[in-house]
Design a protein around this ligand. Structure first.
Ligand code: FAD
Length: 383
């Protein structure tokens, strides 16, 4: 006998858990979440730096933040589980005239949508982070409503609330195929037998392109490795710090308790599924760290990990139905900023399933069909 569920969610990261939560809240509780790893959140979610921000360059990403961040502010009231949202702001540092030009465009767009962001001078950047060396900083942008938190708390909170409403979660169970009958989804094949289901949602993050190949659907999401480094206790830097990002290099840091979490992408590294820490990359990152925060010359790296960005060609997610297979939905490809948009995405997928369309936001720009029509609206603010 095959398992059955009204909705099968593939992937137990923050998106799968959010989708399950919002479905359950809409009264759709016959939901089965399948996760290939031993624990929920074991993909990219628990590797994330936890950043949460309004500061994007496209209207749709800003609107996803506007749906998500107020929810994160009241996460405990919504789900019954705590989420410590350190709303200390994001400070973006511009070091080239091109950065400042982009900041002007972004701030204009963000303010026109009601985001409390402002342009800041190099002196103001220094006031926000007194330990910072402002050399080369020409200006910045700051939004006090941005911040960071622990993504695992979101996974736990969504999953617990969904479970309480009847959602089932199965870990160590890999989806290996899709059952389709007459152009409609009929279920999934898994490492532990099939599941019959008229609705399937792929929340498979960086593995979506690979799963797409296995089920014969072109899903343009590719994995790229990102390393994160954390110092030991390091009070000299003056905590708590906002999230600080050098726009041109993508180098970033924020407080992690009384330690410092930092990283920088190696944009030249080709796509890979490897999550081994690249210690050979650390000297380049340390060079930026010590330049921007000279006091950090005395800090020691105590912890490091690597995870995968799930990158689409235009750095926007794929959110919505797959037109050629009725009943199949994708919620993936957040290109390195997916933790923060999980609340909006879960709500929107639940609307697609319960109402037949997304009502909260027009997300047609995020349809998988955009890659076929050649639409090109790249998100610039990805690091
Ligand atoms: C170093 C780093 C820093 C980041 N920093 C931030 C940040 O500051 N802010 C932010 O918002 N985002 C950040 N991100 C991005 C963020 O982690 C992702 O966008 C987000 O976690 C995506 O969530 P998800 O649920 O879609 O994917 P995941 O968490 O990867 O979940 C997908 C799940 O699907 C499972 N799966 C895949 N294939 C199958 C299958 N066939 N069967 C069953 N299960 C399957 C995987 O095991 C995985 O658990 C960062 C990422 C990294 C790597």
């Amino acid at each position: 006998m095959a398992d059955r569920a009204a909705v099968t969610v593939v992937g137990g990261g923050v998106h799968g858990c959010s989708v399950a939560f919002f479905l359950a809240r809409r009264g759709i509780t016959d939901v089965l979440v399948l996760e290939k790893e031993e624990g929920l959140g074991a993909g990219s979610t628990t590797k994330a730096a936890g950043g949460i921000r309004y500061q994007f360059s496209t209207e749709i990403n800003i609107r996803l933040s506007q749906e998500s961040i107020p929810f994160l502010e009241r996460f405990e009231a919504e789900t019954g589980s705590p989420f410590r949202f350190h709303q200390l702001g994001y400070l973006l540092l511009g070091t080239t005239p091109a950065d400042l030009e982009e900041f002007r465009r972004n701030v204009r767009l963000q303010q026109s949508l009601g985001v409390p962001v402002k342009a800041v001078t190099p002196d103001e950047c220094r006031q926000l982070v007194p330990a910072m060396n402002p050399d080369g900083v020409l200006g910045g942008t700051f939004c006090p409503k941005d911040g960071y938190g622990d993504p695992y708390e979101l996974v736990q909170g969504f999953a617990r609330a969904a479970r309480e409403r009847g959602v089932r979660f199965e870990t160590s169970r890999t989806v290996t195929g899709l059952r389709v009958r007459g152009g409609r989804v009929a279920g999934v094949e898994t490492s532990r037998g099939p599941v019959e289901s008229p609705v399937v949602v792929l929340c498979t993050g960086a593995w979506s392109g690979k799963l797409g190949e296995e089920i014969g659907i072109d899903i343009p999401i590719r994995p790229f490795r990102r390393d994160v480094f954390v110092t030991g206790s390091f009070p000299a830097v003056g905590h708590p710090l906002p999230m600080v990002i050098e726009y041109a290099t993508g180098f970033y840091f924020h407080s992690e308790g009384d330690a410092l979490l930092f990283g920088m992408a190696d944009k030249d590294e080709p796509s890979t599924f490897s999550t081994a820490v690249r210690w050979t990359w650390l000297p380049r990152v340390l060079e930026r760290l010590v330049h921007r925060l000279p006091v950090a010359a005395d800090a020691e790296v105590q912890t490091a990990w690597a995870g995968l960005y799930e990158v689409t060609p235009d750095a926007h997610p794929i959110l919505g139905p797959v037109p050629e297979v009725e009943g199949l939905f994708i919620d993936a490809g957040y290109s390195g900023h997916g933790v923060m948009h999980a609340p909006a995405a879960g709500k929107l997928i639940a609307e697609f399933i319960a109402d037949g369309e997304a009502r909260t936001l027009d997300v047609s720009a995020l349809s998988i069909e955009r890659f076929r029509s050649g639409a090109d609206r790249r998100e610039q603010a990805v690091f």
